[in-house]
Design a protein around this ligand. Structure first.
Ligand code: SF4
Ligand code: SF4
Length: 83
């Protein structure tokens, strides 16, 4: 999963559900819920739109999915700077 929701911070405003371009998020018990994590493209729209800072996108996992490897953005950066 690349996105996490801090339920204690979430007010249930639904802004993130509406703004996600990949239709990843849903409402569940009046809180944002990551319903389809496999569809997330790590675009950060939800994190930027949430005024409560309730959403956190973990970058780098899109590369892992795309390449079917466990490389994170940090590992790729290190590989480029040390190669
Ligand atoms: S934008 Fe933030 S506060 Fe609103 S539903 Fe999403 S996570 Fe909750
Ligand atoms: S990072 Fe982008 S694709 Fe992923 S849940 Fe947030 S808005 Fe949707």
């Amino acid at each position: 999963m690349t996105v996490t929701v801090d339920k204690a911070r979430c007010t249930g405003c639904t802004v993130c559900v509406q703004s996600c371009p990949s239709d990843v998020l849903r409402m569940k018990a009046s809180k944002a819920h990551v319903a389809y994590p496999e569809s997330c493209t790590d675009c950060f729209t939800c994190e930027l739109d949430c005024t409560r800072e309730a959403l956190k996108v973990v970058p780098g996992t899109i590369l892992a999915r795309r390449n079917d490897k466990r490389k994170t953005i940090e590992e790729v950066f290190l590989w480029h700077t040390t190669a």
